[in-house]
Design a binder for this molecule. Structure first.
Ligand SMILES: *Cc1c(COP(=O)(O)O)cnc(C)c1O
Length: 391
């Protein structure tokens, strides 16, 4: 297949690879070669590929009812909302189809919350290097110039501050600030963790100044870091939480969660979605969560994450071009002194798929049910590839 000249818009610099099927943490290309998948569709394939319970649940729902308008009650949607509310400690849920849409909803909800109080607060403060999506609102919140170029005029009311600098945040917050929007661990921006002290201080600052805290856990949520949500590591709670990527295990679904008090501002007619939370995507998400619980996947993430982290530390010590290992659970990154694109190509040739997070960070996101044997195999491949890298 000529993959450079086709009818698609050329928005992706695609790898020279066509993946056609997968099982668990392994995928096959159209030439029959197999790869360990440490990308998982960018943190989407929570249960790996072709999980029998997920496949059966989706097929079963497709044979019952694929879609039903939100003009009607949807029991699967209510069941999923109750489950997510119980897991997160937030009371109300709105379903979207993607991460960016969930963040757009979060921004709208924060502004509407203050509008309803007669307050003029509308401002959103997010972090430099952050990534919040490709909609006009969310690319404006994103702290990376490259995603904004050419798309002006951008919506007003957005500011950016460096991550982990509480003084900078305090200085940026004013009477006009509606919300602080943060990823607890930046994914796309380079696997940059917000420290526990910072997150606790941000929570306190928001409370003191009367602003809302929105956490974007689109990449870190649904067990990726070893707890269901990354905010649990810091012992804080957001007012608004966004989820997507891993939630449906590969079926598109996003979610916006909020406290009862904040969620009251989304009354009938204020927000909506044709597809959001339809029976198919909610069945997928309910099944993902059920399998995570039945199979003890949070423990697996902690254990396999520790195994991968320890193995990467050993490689880091051996390779002068690797600065550090960072991240949490099964969202890990290697900070490098060199551009990682050739290393990623080398891994692909050697039978392993890994991602960049910016030009000099190599990112790994295996499925949450990856085995100890597969982590060992991956570390073996990485050692071989890294040993051949000229620094
Ligand atoms: C991927 C991602 C998004 C955007 O999600 P889409 O489903 O691509 O719209 C937003 N925030 C974070 C933290 C992400 O990782």
């Amino acid at each position: 297949m000529d993959v450079t000249k086709n009818a698609l818009m050329n928005t992706y610099a695609r790898y020279p690879l066509t993946l056609v099927h997968g099982v668990g943490s392994r995928v096959w290309d159209d030439a029959g070669k197999d790869y360990l998948d440490f990308i998982s569709g960018i943190a989407v394939n929570t249960l790996g590929h072709a999980h029998p319970k997920l496949a059966a649940a989706i097929a079963g729902q497709a044979g019952t009812m694929l879609h039903c308008s939100n003009l009607f009650h949807i029991p699967k949607q209510q069941q999923l909302a109750a489950k997510l509310a119980g897991l997160s400690g937030l009371e109300r849920v709105f379903f979207s189809n993607s991460g960016a849409e969930a963040n757009e909803g979060a921004i709208k909800l924060a502004r509407k919350f203050f509008f309803d109080q007669g307050s003029a607060r509308r401002g959103i403060i997010s972090a430099t290097q952050s990534f919040h999506g490709r909609l006009l609102s969310t690319l404006t919140a994103t702290g990376q110039e490259k995603v904004k170029q050419g798309f002006d005029p951008l919506p007003p009311g957005f500011r950016h501050v460096p991550l982990n600098d509480i003084a900078a945040l305090e200085a940026a917050m004013g009477d006009d600030t509606a919300a602080v929007l943060l990823e607890p661990l930046q994914g796309e921006g380079g696997v940059n963790p917000a420290t526990t002290e910072y997150l606790k201080a941000v929570r306190k600052l928001c409370d003191d100044k009367g602003a809302l805290l929105i956490l974007d856990e689109i990449q870190t949520g649904m067990g990726r870091t070893g707890t269901m949500f990354a905010f649990e590591h810091a012992g804080i709670q957001p007012d608004i939480l966004t989820l997507a990527k891993g939630l449906g295990g590969g079926v598109p679904i996003g979610a916006l969660l909020a406290t009862e008090k904040v969620a009251e501002s989304f009354g009938p007619g204020t927000h909506g979605s044709t597809f959001g939370g339809n029976p198919l995507s909610c069945t997928a998400a309910l099944t993902v969560i059920a399998v995570m619980e039945e199979d003890g996947l949070l423990l697996n993430v902690a254990e396999r994450g520790a195994q991968l982290h320890a193995g990467l530390e050993v490689l880091c010590a051996k390779c002068s071009w690797i600065h550090d290992v960072r991240g949490q659970g099964l969202l890990l990154g290697l900070g490098c002194a060199i551009e990682v694109a050739p290393v990623i190509a080398g891994c692909r040739d050697a039978g392993m798929l890994v991602l960049p997070a910016g030009p000099r960070v190599l990112r790994m996101l295996p499925p949450l049910n990856v085995s100890a044997t597969e982590i060992s195999e991956a570390l073996g491949i990485l050692e071989t590839v890294f040993t051949g890298v000229e620094s």
